[in-house]
Design a protein around this ligand. Structure first.
Ligand code: ATP
Ligand code: MG
Length: 279
């Protein structure tokens, strides 16, 4: 596939249709929607092209300084959030890009409402921020593990929709991506963390807990994908068993969204030709 054809990738195929029901079992985690290339090798070559375009757009975002961009990444354990960040944003200027990872809340965080720690991490002007996990954990693990009563977590979908709408209304572009892997793929990836010494550090026995409640988590994901999928904060489901496809898909989603912002470099308030740099 020629480099110039990258716009042919239709990200709408991955977009959750507004107002639609979500049945994750119907989304084939090994599929490669909208990818017209032949194989993995071609996919990797294409990613290199996409990386250059991402680098250009991120510099423009930073120089323009008038937009704020938030990418939310959610997945089951070993779903590939870290790998996605590494591959999709390879080469971007670290000054304008930040990753915020949301771990188990500290006691100070737990002493506040669940959006308190989230709001302070949202992007400022010119920034691109990636949420590695997010406030969606507050309707995922919190729901499945009964960390707060249902009466409390069930109200959060509406809070989240309103919170994200406020961010959007105030100038933040929001993109939300669910990296969808199969239970079998997770097993292979967790096993690899045991088998390969260089990956041992990634293994956490704690990941086996959510795995044993796979169906409950899928259900919790389906619910949030339905209830928090809005025009200004859309969800995308990216089949992620094939890492090379996942990287292309997330890159395309980000690139096409950034292109749509129609950003320009700020205009100089001087005539460069009038200025002479002294010897
Ligand atoms: P890594 O790839 O390094 O394992 P990770 O995102 O899995 O990255 P961990 O520190 O292993 O990071 O896991 C974070 C854990 O914190 C997850 O199990 C997640 O569900 C949990 N967590 C995140 N937010 C919340 C929350 N609001 N309440 C309870 N648990 C949370
Ligand atoms: Mg982990």
């Amino acid at each position: 596939m020629a480099a110039s054809e990258y716009d042919a990738f239709d990200i709408d195929e991955l977009r959750v249709k507004p107002g639609s029901k979500v049945d994750l079992s119907k989304w084939d985690t090994r599929s490669t929607p909208s990818w017209a290339g032949d194989d993995k090798e071609e996919g990797k070559t294409h990613l290199a092209t996409l990386n250059q375009e991402m680098e250009r757009l991120q510099e423009l975002l930073w120089a323009n300084g008038g937009e704020r961009v938030l990418l939310v990444l959610q997945a089951m354990d070993a779903g590939g959030k870290d790998g996605t960040v590494r591959h999709v944003f390879e080469g971007v200027n670290p000054s304008g890009v930040r990753v915020a990872a949301f771990k188990k809340p500290s006691s100070k965080e737990l002493a506040h409402d669940y959006l308190w720690r989230v709001h302070r991490e949202v992007p400022g002007n010119g920034e691109l921020v990636i949420f590695n996990r997010s406030h969606y954990e507050d309707v995922l693990i919190v729901r499945v593990e009964d960390l707060v009563p249902k009466a409390r977590w069930s109200k959060r979908y509406e809070h989240i929709v309103n919170f994200e709408q406020m961010l959007a209304d105030e100038g933040t572009t929001i993109i939300k991506v669910f990296l969808h892997i199969s239970k079998g793929e997770q097993q292979e990836r967790l096993q690899a963390r045991l088998d390969e010494p260089a990956k041992n550090w990634k293994f956490e026995a704690g990941d086996l807990g959510p795995r044993s409640k796979w169906d409950d988590y899928q259900k919790a994901f389906e619910d949030l994908l339905e209830k928090t999928n809005t025009k200004d904060a859309p969800w995308f489901i990216v089949p992620s068993d094939r890492k090379w496809y996942r990287n292309i898909a997330v890159s395309e989603i980000m690139i096409q969204t950034l292109q749509n912002l129609d950003m320009n470099y700020p205009e100089a308030d001087f005539n460069p030709a009038d200025i002479i740099i002294p010897d």
